[in-house]
Write a protein that binds this ligand. Structure first.
Ligand code: ZN
Length: 133
């Protein structure tokens, strides 16, 4: 596992949150993207070397809608950059972590992703991501 790739923040309204974070960082998101398979609308900000992802639910069954219902807006996940996602998924599964998807799937921002169940990681949702080359 390499550096933190980004931090994901669940928001109720992407448009107003984009305005807020644009003010905070002094620059606009470098991309917005809908990931229909995940039920999310996302935007990405780059601040220095750090990336922040905002996520809004696109439907009431979206994991983001459920998260906000239970815990309100806030930090949703931490994503780590990995060299080879399949190798890393196998390693972590062997270590007893619970993978939320058995195969890498296509996430936002040109990445293959896999999530680890927070019950196996002290309540923190961890995303592995590998750049699609
Ligand atoms: Zn993410």
């Amino acid at each position: 596992m390499k550096k933190i790739e980004h931090i994901g923040i669940a928001v109720k309204n992407l448009e107003t949150s984009n305005e807020l974070f644009t003010k905070l960082f002094g620059k606009a998101p470098y991309k917005t993207e809908v990931v229909e398979s995940e039920g999310v609308s996302t935007s990405f900000f780059l601040t220095g070397e750090n990336k922040i992802e905002l996520l809004e639910a696109t439907n009431p069954d979206s994991p983001i809608a459920k998260f906000i219902e239970k815990r309100g807006e806030g930090i949703h996940h931490i994503a780590f950059d990995v060299e080879d996602i399949v190798v890393e998924m196998k390693r972590l599964e062997k270590e007893g972590f619970v993978l939320l998807n058995k195969e890498p799937k296509c996430g936002a921002d040109n990445k293959l992703v896999c999530f680890l169940h927070p019950k196996s990681t002290n309540g923190v949702l961890i995303e592995l991501c590998q750049e699609i080359r």
